[in-house]
Design a protein around this ligand. Sequence first.
Ligand code: GLN
Length: 257
Amino acid sequence: MKKKWSLLMLVFAMSALLAACGGADATEKYTVATDNNFVPFEFMNEETGEMDGFDMDLIRAIADEAGFEVEIESMKFDGVVSGMQSGRYDIGIAGMTITEERAETIDFSDPYYDAGLMIAVSEDNTDIQSEDDLAGKRVGTRSGTTSETYIQDNHPDAELITFPGIVEAYMDLEAGRLDAVMYDVPNVQYYVANDGAGLKTVGDILQGEQYGIAFPQDSELVEDVNEALQTLIDNGTYDDIYEEWFGERKYGTESSE
Ligand code: GLN
């Protein structure tokens, strides 16, 4: 009888201990899916061995503000989109454009970055001066992105070639296997300025876009993340991170009003 009693006490004590561990003191940890290469928003920092970039600084600051921890997992861009649809990850941040079509299957935070699309060509190219010159040209971009849809919808006469990673498209452009690459303005500009050997941008910004943080549908995190994002915009942290990666603020964010 006594033995049974102490066993019961033990079980009771252990469940109380477990409850304490999993309770209010333990910080919640969420998985964050990101793109493995989309400069300067997310990329592998070879020196630290960690993912680095504007989005990475932003999501870490949001996590600090909202009081949770993040575990970053990097993958191809289309894996981030499908990882939200399947609910495999809790959060996705990958310079992901908020589109009506995506919003049917995933949830987005308030917009956090204003972007758009732009064309890069080889420095010595004189035939392509804007999107009006793309007919019959080999135009590269990345699969599953807004640029792919834009080219399909607006330039059916161009020869569209898609790549799993955008860097492969830039390399083919450098090697003369493509006539042009169309991609997100900040990425094209950053690549051309920092890595692109002999490339230049041409034409105007083609389509206004806004990036949002993504979640599986009906995620309870959306509100907390929006609140934390707004705090970081109001207290200047957003601007500090922005300046670190882009210099002085060129594109605003609507949510700062
Ligand atoms: N903004 C683009 C999109 O959402 C591309 C993003 C990316 O390559 N990471 O389709």
